[in-house]
Design a protein around this ligand. Structure first.
Ligand code: SAM
Length: 467
C-alpha cells in the first residue's frame, strides 16, 4: 500500500535536530527539515499524538538552508545540523536551552547568556571511533552495483537507531585530514589482507573498532585497533604499513576485548609502536591520555569551558571544592591553583587512575580522588564522618543528569556556589528545578557549543545559596 503524501510547513527543530510541523491536529517530526521549509512528505510512522515523515521533495526551501559539505549527510547520524548555517545552529541551541528551562524546569525567569560558539566548526574532534562491520549499510546506488552489494565489509559510523548497521565512511568533516587517511588506509589494508570482522550476532571474527586520537598541543596521533583476540603477526604488519604511509602517527596500540558490548574499550592492551599515550595541554595543565582514558573531544572548546567554570565559580584560595563526576580529573586539575583543596569523585576506576597520574604529572598536591558511585560515597558513614564541607560544588554528570540523592546531599551540605556543567538541557532543567526548591537561586545559564554540526548542547549553570 502506498503511504499518504502530505505537504508540511516546518516550524521549528526538536531536540535531536528533526524538523517539527503540525498538520490536522498532529505533530510531525521530519528528518532533514529546516524551519521555514515547505516540504512534500511521505508518512513513515503514525501514532495517536505524533507521526514521523520523510521528505520526498522540498517545495520551497527555507532561507536558513545551506548545502552540507559532507557526502554522507542525511544517512550518517553524526552531523544532523550540517544543512543549517552555523549562526542558525547556534540560535537553535540557544532556544533549545531556553525552552527546556521554561517547560521542564519551570524557570522562565532564568537568565540564559548568549551561547558561546566555536571558531572551528569542522575538523574539531580530537578523537574518533569507527566500527568494523560485516553488515555495511547499503545506499541506493550500492544496491545497483553487484560488486558492492556482495562486499558487505564496512568501516565507519553507526546509522541512527540501527546498531547493527555501519555506514562506510570515506571522509568525515569533524576530523582532520590525517584521520581520514588513516581510516581509508586501514580499510584498504583489511580488504587486502582479507581479515575477518567481529560479528555482533555470532561473536566471531577479529576486528572490532578503530579509534584515532590526537593532541592539539603536541600534534601526536594515536591509533588504537580494538580486536577480539591477540594476533601479533597481523598487528606487526598493520603497524608497519601505517608508519610507512602515515609518518605523523606517533603510537599504535591494540586493545583486546572479549566483551559483547559495542564499547571501544579493551580488557588488555599491547603497545606496538611509540609510548602508548599522547600528551595534551589545557591552559597550563598537561594530560597524559592513553587509549581508554576519557578526555573532552573538542580541545579548543574544552579550554573555554573550563575557564568559564573557573571564572563563574568565583573561587577563594581558602575554598574546598567537590568535583563530582570528575572523570580523569581535568576540571579538578585545571582549577587546583585557585582553591585550597579539590575532592574529585568518579565511578570509573581507570579514570580515577588517570586522574591520580595527571595530578603527579602536574606536580599538584591539593587534589584527591575517590572512586565509587557518587550516591553511595556521599551517603556512606565514612564520608559523612570526615566532616569535609565544600564551599563550592562542581557537577558534571552524564546525559542522565544528577541522581536525586546526590542533589539532596549537595543541597544539604550547603556549598556557597554550585556550578553545574551539563551536556543535556532536559536533565539540567529537571535538576535545576529541584535545586531551586532547596533555596538555591539560578544566577544564569551559559550555553557553550562544544559540538558544531551536531544537536548536542553543553551548558554551565551557576547557582547561589540563598541561606
Ligand atoms: C560528562 S563526564 C565528566 C567528565 C569530566 N568532568 C571532564 O570534564 O572530563 C561524566 C562522568 O561521570 C561519571 N559517572 C557516571 N555515573 C556516575 C556515578 N553514579 N558515580 C560517579 N561517577 C559517575 C562517568 O564515568 C563520567 O566520567
Amino acid at each position: 500500500m502506498q503511504s499518504k503524501e502530505i505537504v508540511l510547513n516546518i516550524e521549528a527543530l526538536e531536540f535531536e535536530g528533526k524538523g517539527v510541523a503540525h498538520f490536522e491536529g498532529k505533530v510531525y517530526f521530519v528528518a532533514g527539515g529546516v524551519p521555514g521549509d515547505v516540504v512534500k512528505c511521505k508518512i513513515k510512522k503514525s501514532r495517536k499524538s505524533y507521526a514521523e515523515a520523510e521528505i520526498i521533495e522540498i517545495l520551497r526551501p527555507s532561507g536558513k538552508r545551506i548545502v552540507p559539505l559532507c557526502k554522507h549527510f542525511g544517512v550518517c547520524g553524526g552531523c544532523r545540523l550540517q544543512h543549517i548555517g552555523y549562526e542558525d545552529q547556534l540560535q537553535y541551541k540557544q532556544k533549545a536551552v531556553e525552552d527546556a528551562l521554561r517547560h521542564i524546569g519551570g524557570l522562565s525567569e532564568a537568565k540564559v547568556l548568549p551561547i558561546i560558539g566555536a571558531d572551528n566548526i569542522f575538523h574539531y574532534r580530537n578523537k574518533m571511533e569507527f566500527t568494523f562491520s560485516d553488515k555495511k549499510w547499503l545506499l541506493e546506488e550500492d544496491k545497483l552495483s553487484e560488486t558492492i552489494f556482495k562486499d558487505s565489509f564496512g568501516l565507519g559510523l553507526h546509522i541512527p537507531n540501527r546498531y547493527d548497521k555501519v555506514l562506510d565512511i570515506e571522509k568525515c568533516w569533524l576530523q582532520n585530514e590525517v584521520f581520514n587517511r588513516i581510516l581509508n588506509l586501514t580499510r584498504d589494508f583489511v580488504k587486502e589482507q582479507k581479515l575477518s570482522v567481529y560479528s555482533n550476532k555470532t561473536h566471531e571474527g577479529y576486528l572490532r573498532h578503530l579509534m584515532i586520537r590526537t593532541s592539539a598541543y603536541s600534534g601526536e596521533i594515536m591509533i588504537n585497533l580494538v580486536t577480539s583476540t591477540h594476533n601479533l603477526e597481523v598487528m606487526d604488519r598493520y603497524t608497519e604499513h601505517i608508519i610507512k604511509n602515515v609518518p605523523e602517527v606517533t603510537t599504535v596500540v591494540n586493545n583486546v576485548t572479549t566483551r559483547m558490548s559495542k564499547v571501544a574499550i579493551g580488557e588488555e592492551e599491547k603497545v606496538y609502536y611509540g609510548n602508548g599515550y599522547i600528551l595534551e595541554k589545557l591552559g597550563k595543565c598537561l594530560f597524559k591520555i592513553s587509549a581508554n582514558s576519557f578526555f573532552q573531544t573538542n580541545t579548543e572548546q574544552a579550554a573555554k569551558l573550563y575557564d568559564l567554570v573557573k571564572d563563574y565559580s568565583n573561587f577563594k584560595n581558602t575554598d574546598v571544592v567537590y568535583d563530582l563526576y570528575c572523570g580523569t580529573g581535568s576540571i579538578a586539575i585545571y582549577i587546583s591553583d585557585y582553591v585550597k583543596e579539590v575532592i574529585g569523585i568518579e565511578l570509573v576506576e581507570s579514570a580515577v587512575n588517570d586522574a591520580r597520574k595527571n595530578v603527579e604529572l602536574n606536580n599538584i598536591k591539593n587534589c584527591i580522588f575517590i572512586q565509587g558511585d557518587l550516591k553511595e560515597i556521599l551517603t556512606s558513614k565514612d564520608f559523612k564522618k570526615s566532616g569535609i564541607k565544600p564551599d563550592i560544588v562542581i557537577l558534571d554528570p552524564p546525559r542522565s543528569g544528577v541522581h536525586p540523592t546526590v542533589l539532596k546531599v549537595v543541597s544539604d551540605v550547603r556549598p556557597r556556589i554550585i556550578t553545574y556543567v551539563s551536556c543535556n538541557p532536559t536533565t539540567l532543567s529537571r535538576d535545576l528545578k529541584i535545586l531551586s526548591q532547596s533555596e538555591y537561586q539560578v544566577l544564569f545559564i551559559q550555553p557553550v557549543d562544544m559540538f558544531p554540526q551536531t544537536y548536542h548542547i553543553e551548558s554551565i549553570a551557576v547557582l547561589e545559596s540563598l541561606k
